[in-house]
Design a protein around this ligand. Structure first.
Ligand SMILES: [Zn+2]
Ligand SMILES: [Zn+2]
Length: 483
């Protein structure tokens, strides 16, 4: 009796989602590569329902009120108004009433090897002196957990030593470590870089374009998910890197600030333009460059918050550096080391150019928002005072403060991010067939975007990792066995 009505009522939603999917996926190439985003083991057909809250799907359409999301195994099977979705009797129901549900956030630029310490020149030697590889693994485990608990279900790591970052990625996928899903570049490729940062992040210098292409081949063979092109590169280097990466069906993210670097990366076919002037080292770009980026549909990830805004926010509220959750998670050794490094944070080399950056910080973001560029959302999380536990909602807030609508900002951090990293088919929105990455926040982020800092429930791959009283925090294998 109810079925025809139900189908009828659902039809506009399905059509809207279908149209949005088709339209949204047109301009961007999908890398048809076996997803390392999928969990390694087979999932049981366990059913989960998130029921009652407002649903933001990841598309820029009005939210669905009093919604239900059904999950089977690690996939979403249905999503819509509660009045139209039948919850199977054998499903575990997580009550989301009075809250907002949205897709798991995607961090399009993170670094798991750092935890917000103030100085690379002391952080990396400190790791070496305090357990070496074992400490590095511990640091990455902490970072991965911080991200997941902040609702970041997927993180694009853009610079880390090769073996450790692939190891943590794979351990998380196997359920051995509770953490964000990691997609990794391994070492970045640069020219003429040196020092503690280059060493600690495992950066590799090349001295010819041919060598750049070879480096990409090596990394692709080793199993990286994408390539990070770092600084000092020439136009021909970008071309060689893009060609080798695309041959291997992976994408390239370029770390670019100056107008000429951005121009080279754009013209050479680099897939994602990262930073794009956010450090304030250059005034806003020429209208021609912006127009060309927009016309090319080339995604930008501004990483706006990490210097100029974080600095100001810390000046206003230095207490943020002593977050008790961080203290608990880091343990005394790491916590004390990080605290020591931030004692006189305003004198750190990392913030040396902040005065100048403050002059340009607003125009730097607005130029892209107002031009209609394809914008993802990434933060450089883990850099000084830019903690994994909050970097992404701070970045999103900056974009909203600079004029992006909350809906567009959420879409940027979910559906658009998924597309620009080549995972648009599996991640980034709440709709049937996608991986079940869903978060529940306290408050309406469309009214107040900082509701994203109050993540109460985190579901990744269909497993509840935070909140949702129905289950406790367990990796997928044990969680399935116990039910
Ligand atoms: Zn970078
Ligand atoms: Zn970075």
């Amino acid at each position: 009796m109810r079925t025809p009505y139900r189908l009828l009522a659902l039809t506009p939603f399905i059509i809207a989602v279908w149209i949005a999917t088709v339209v949204a996926q047109q301009p961007l190439r999908q890398a048809p590569r076996t997803p390392s985003a999928s969990p390694s083991g087979p999932q049981s057909g366990k059913k989960l329902a998130l029921a009652g809250g407002m649903l933001i799907t990841g598309y820029e359409v009005p939210p669905i009120h009093h919604a239900v999301v059904l999950i089977e195994g690690n996939k979403i099977t249905a999503a819509g108004p509660a009045s139209e979705i039948r919850i199977p009797p054998d499903a575990t129901v997580v009550d989301t009433s009075g809250r907002a549900m949205l897709p798991g956030l995607i961090e399009a630029h993170g670094h798991l090897v750092v935890l917000g310490h103030g100085d690379y020149a002391t952080w990396f030697p400190w790791i070496k002196a305090h357990g070496g590889d074992a400490m590095q693994m511990k640091v990455m485990e902490i970072a991965a957990r911080q991200l997941l608990m902040a609702g970041v279900t997927t993180t694009v790591d853009l610079g880390a030593p090769l073996k450790p970052i692939l190891a943590i990625r794979d351990r998380i996928n196997k359920g051995e470590v509770v953490g964000t899903r990691v997609l990794a570049s391994g070492p970045w490729i640069s020219r003429g870089s040196g020092g503690a940062m280059q060493d600690g992040f495992g950066g590799q210098n090349i001295s010819s374009s041919e060598e750049a292409g070879q480096k990409v081949e090596e990394l692709a063979k080793a199993g990286v998910d994408h390539i990070k092109a770092h600084s000092g590169l020439l136009f021909d280097d970008y071309k060689a890197i893009a060609a080798a990466a695309h041959k291997n069906r992976i994408r390239v993210h370029a770390h670019v600030y100056s107008e000429s670097d951005v121009r080279h990366a754009l013209d050479a076919g680099i897939d994602v333009l990262q930073h794009v002037g956010s450090a304030g080292t250059a005034p806003p770009y020429s209208p021609q460059l912006i127009t060309d980026i927009v016309n090319a549909g080339r995604p930008v990830v501004v990483t706006a918050a990490h210097r100029a805004w974080i600095y100001q926010d810390t000046a206003n509220f230095p207490e943020r550096l002593q977050d008790p959750d961080m203290k608990k998670l880091f343990g005394p050794d790491i916590y004390n080391e990080v605290q020591d490094s931030l004692k006189n944070w305003w004198t750190l080399g990392y913030f040396q150019r902040t005065d100048r950056e403050m002059l340009y910080r607003e125009r730097g973001v607005k130029q892209f928002i107002e031009s209609g560029a394809v914008m993802g959302m990434g933060t450089d999380s883990g850099t000084p005072m830019n903690f994994h536990s909050e970097a992404l909602w701070r970045e999103i807030k900056v974009h909203v403060d600079m004029g992006m609508t909350p809906m567009r900002a959420i879409a940027a951090a979910t559906r658009v991010n998924a597309q620009i990293i080549g995972k648009g088919r599996e991640l980034g929105s709440i709709e049937p067939g996608k991986l079940a990455d869903i978060i529940v926040v306290n408050g309406n982020p469309l009214f107040d975007i900082t509701a994203l800092s109050h993540v109460e429930i985190v579901v990744k791959d269909g497993v509840v990792y935070k909140g949702g009283s129905a289950m406790d925090v367990r990796p997928p294998s044990t969680a399935n066995a116990a039910k």
